[in-house]
Design a protein around this ligand. Structure first.
Ligand code: AQP
Length: 328
């Protein structure tokens, strides 16, 4: 098979299920930004609109969400001069490749994935074949570009393990030359929910802060974070207070965190003050992104059309190679 260019390829994507939150930004987009600036990488970043239909969705908002994610990408600093930015469904080779890749992984393996089991719990009446097939399509997304690095949050690691297994099986069975893709982690690889349990997630109300939130909204969301008396014999290591301290460290630094920990063990934390300072620190990170967003609307359609062509060229070449190797 033909080898990719001498540069290492990178693929990542975010589902078109709503506005990006701090978890998506810190866990995925920050890693995308870091890699697009390294000359040894060729970066492909998509909005995963076909993955959006694996959980209940609204046909009327899908088109809007698709554009919002690309706009969030551009405003956060993804640059079409450095990265191929595209819409997944505009590159049909992903879907055809997914079918071929599905032949080298077992149903049983998919049924036992923790990520699948969690989603089935969340959407028990609406868990579909598309949901079960999600990791195979994700493997196709990655392998279509023979990507070696995948900047995503750690919640995606079980899916990457599937992609590696599929790559190995394809190489052994059909003599393809897929690299085994590895996660590219960031400092914010796991951003916890504001509510205390689990990760920050678009589909869990009260768990997230969006990149597009204004200062009042951020303050309001933080105001709803459950707290305790602010004082105790040991600093909580899990739950919403522990998460607040994690956010303080992330946005204000470890010295501020230490200050609050000392207060917890002595005079007590006044959460209203902590939350006010934290809201300001978070807004200072998202404000420049929000300002850039207005400008980016002008180039959106060109980016989408150009990205589809550039991604399509690479993905259809891989598809052709796979089909030949598999006897089509
Ligand atoms: N809390 C998080 N911390 C770090 N990274 C995160 N990611 C998501 N949540 C966190 C990363 O963001 C990227 C996009 O994920 P996705 O498109 O699969 O969306 P998601 O994981 O489905 O995001 P949500 O918010 O949890 O959406 P819903 O609620 O719709 O399922 C991935 O790289 C992911 O790791």
């Amino acid at each position: 098979m033909t080898t990719p260019s001498s540069k290492k390829r990178v693929l990542s994507g975010i589902r078109a299920t709503g506005r990006l939150h701090l978890g998506n930004y810190l866990g995925a987009v920050k890693g995308m930004l870091e890699l697009q600036d390294k000359s040894e990488y060729e970066t492909f970043y998509m909005v995963a609109d076909a993955h959006a239909i694996t959980t209940p969705y609204d046909t009327k908002t899908l088109a809007q969400n698709r554009k919002e994610v690309i706009l969030d990408y551009l405003s956060a600093g993804l640059d079409p001069a450095k990265s191929v930015i595209f819409v997944q469904s505009m590159v049909p080779a992903h879907f055809e490749l997914s079918h071929y890749l599905g032949s080298v992984i077992s149903v049983n393996r998919m049924l036992h994935l923790p990520t699948y089991k969690e989603k089935v719990k969340q959407y028990s009446d609406e868990s579909s074949m598309a949901l079960l097939n999600y990791p195979v399509l994700m493997a196709a997304d990655i392998l279509a570009y023979k990507a070696e690095a995948v900047p995503v949050g750690v919640d995606q690691e079980p899916h990457l393990e599937i992609a590696r297994q599929i790559a190995r099986n394809m190489n052994t069975k059909f003599g393809t030359d897929f690299p085994e893709p590895k996660i590219f982690e960031t400092v914010g690889k796991y951003i916890p929910s504001l509510l205390g349990d689990g990760k920050m997630s678009k589909s869990v109300d009260g768990s997230f802060i969006n990149l597009t939130d204004d200062p009042d909204t951020i303050a309001l969301r933080l105001a709803k974070v459950p707290t305790d008396s602010g004082r105790g014999e040991s600093v909580p290591i899990k739950g919403s207070v522990a998460n607040l301290l994690f956010f303080v460290e992330l946005f204000q630094g470890s010295e501020d965190r230490k200050k609050y920990e000392d207060m917890y063990l002595s005079s007590g934390i006044r959460y209203s003050e902590l939350k006010m300072d934290l809201a300001k620190a978070i807004f200072s990170v998202v404000e420049p992104i929000q300002k850039k967003r207005i400008e980016m609307v002008k180039i959106l359609d060109d980016v989408i059309n150009d990205g589809a062509k550039r991604a399509g060229n690479v993905a259809s070449q891989t598809l052709l190679e796979v089909k030949q190797k598999m006897g089509f």
